[in-house]
Design a protein around this ligand. Structure first.
Ligand SMILES: Nc1nc2c(ncn2[C@@H]2O[C@H](COP(=O)(O)OP(=O)(O)O)[C@@H](O)[C@H]2O)c(=O)[nH]1
Ligand SMILES: [Mg+2]
Length: 483
């Protein structure tokens, strides 16, 4: 039985036998059958909402300022367009919304942001088919209101939800404070507690190097350096650079904006060269026939780098929204982030959801302890058995120990173990190409069982390392028998 089946078996039993928690158990069951919930976390202004829009391909999340940017918001697949607010008092209220230049504008009406626990946006976008995205206000400092809301959301012990299965963590320029902060906040938050379910994004990558055309390449080098930093490796599995704004705008580019870019381009290369030096030069009235207001609009949609890239692509012939948009997306780094999500989260979606469910079952048992002690003990025992029996959980724990450095192994072995314990498919775990023949996987797996078992027998090895080697052997065994 897979772990998700095992979770469903437990919740079904509770629904049948324990009326007091039947509803909560049903909610856990529905969660495990639903889509993967991915939270977007990081500091205020890191570009979280912009990235969410790029991932959805529509401007749903409000960026910059405004009351709604300070509220945790869920974006999930719906059969129609619907927005509602879940209030602090537990009730739900439908909200009015409109779209302005493609951007969703939710009206809180007479509600104040403080009364709202979270916003629920249901949207019929195919990008939300398998993944629900959660936009968080972000952390600015440990005691401000946004940070409290974000932490409350990410940390189930603090009450509200705590419902993310995985996290995309945005960092702008990682300086020491960022990392210290990230650690403080990851320690306490379940969803983000481990590199097994977190990926990092070096955001606003186009701003690195003052918007020069090689900005993304420089950002890529910095991202690789971060990814190799042991401290960051302990927090997220990899770091990829992204110019979220370029992706968002590329996917939502309008014909009138391209027309404005064409007007701009008519100024000629010498004038343009000067205009692109700074925002002041760009907005200098005499430089172009385009109104200053429209120039500012282009800057806010594209950034200086995006304007530069657009002019270059216009000159090369991409002069409609349908041709220029995809060029911008291609330069943004979005496809690499999509690949990361497809490889790091999606194949493991069921186990990541099971992990969240197990945590939910544990807290359910805790709430039952005073009123239904026997039932609580029974539930605790079931969850324990499930955790101990599932090789998937052991792999996740092993991966956590290796990537965080809690189990110290040689670099070469670490890479192999990370692959073995984190990969989504048996072939990938064995270091083989997708579609490798069954016998080849079995042969490698069998060789792995012997080798890792041998390593685990080292009498001088640290207990965490022994656990990792044993788990590696156990995973190889599971791959050998075809699990
Ligand atoms: N140049 C540039 N600006 C960005 C990028 N992503 C976001 N921004 C801008 O940074 C500001 C904050 O972005 P937002 O997505 O609201 O950040 P959040 O607070 O993390 O949700 C907005 O003005 C965005 O237009 C990016 O990739 N490049
Ligand atoms: Mg935001």
């Amino acid at each position: 039985m897979s772990v998700s089946d095992a979770v469903v078996a437990i919740t079904t039993r509770l629904e049948r036998e324990e009326p007091s928690v039947a509803e909560a158990a049903a909610a856990i069951r529905r969660r495990i059958e639903g889509s993967l919930q991915v939270a977007i976390a990081g500091r205020v202004k890191a570009g979280k909402s912009t990235l969410l829009n790029a991932m959805v391909g529509e401007r749903l999340a409000p960026t910059d300022a405004g009351e709604c940017t300070r509220i945790v918001s869920w974006y999930r697949k719906g059969t129609s367009y619907q927005v509602s607010a879940r209030l602090v008092d537990g009730t739900e209220r439908p909200l009015a919304f409109k779209r302005q230049d493609g951007a969703l504008d939710v009206e809180l009406g007479d509600l104040s942001g403080r009364q709202v626990r979270w916003l629920d946006v249901r949207w019929p976008a195919s990008t939300l088919d398998t993944i629900t995205l959660i936009d968080t206000p972000g952390i600015a400092s440990l005691n401000d209101e946004n940070s409290r809301r974000t932490r409350e959301f990410l940390d189930p012990d603090e009450g509200a939800g705590g419902d993310a299965d995985a996290v995309i963590y945005l960092m702008r320029h990682v300086h020491a404070a960022d990392v210290a902060f990230l650690e403080a906040f990851m320690d306490r938050s379940v969803a983000a507690s481990s590199p097994v379910n977190a990926v990092g994004v070096l955001s606003r990558a186009d701003e690195i190097g003052a918007g020069r055309l090689d900005a993304i390449e420089s950002a890529g080098r910095i991202a690789r350096r971060y990814a190799a930093d042991p401290q960051i490796r302990g927090l997220c599995a990899s770091v990829t650079p992204l110019a979220g704004l370029l992706a968002e705008t590329g996917l939502t580019l309008r014909e009138d904006e391209v027309a404005n870019l064409r007007t701009l381009a008519a100024a000629g290369p010498d004038v343009l060269e000067r205009m692109l030096l700074s925002t002041d030069e760009f907005c200098d009235v005499s430089s172009s026939d385009l109104t200053v207001e429209l120039r500012r609009e282009l800057l806010s949609r594209l950034g200086m780098f995006g304007v530069r890239v657009s002019l270059q692509e216009l000159a090369a012939g991409a002069n409609t929204a349908a041709t220029l948009g995809p060029k911008l997306v291609a330069r943004s780094g979005l496809s690499e982030l999509r690949r990361l999500i497809a490889e790091h989260f999606m194949p493991r979606s069921r186990i990541l959801k099971a992990r969240t469910a197990v945590q939910a079952l544990r807290s359910l048992a805790a709430t039952m302890r005073s009123t239904h002690p026997d039932a609580a003990v029974k539930l605790d025992r079931e969850v324990e058995q499930l955790e101990a029996g599932a090789v998937e959980f052991a792999r996740m724990r092993g991966a956590h120990l290796v990537t965080t450095g809690e189990a110290r192994v040689a670099d070469r072995e670490r890479e192999e173990l990370e692959r073995l314990l984190l990969a989504g498919t048996p072939a990938a775990a064995m270091g083989l190409a997708a579609g490798a023949p069954e016998e080849e996987i079995k042969r490698k797996a069998l060789e792995g069982v012997a080798r890792w078992r041998d390593r685990a027998a080292d009498p001088l090895a640290d207990p965490a390392v022994v656990e990792v080697f044993e788990t590696a052997a156990r995973s190889c065994e599971a791959f050998y028998v075809g699990n």
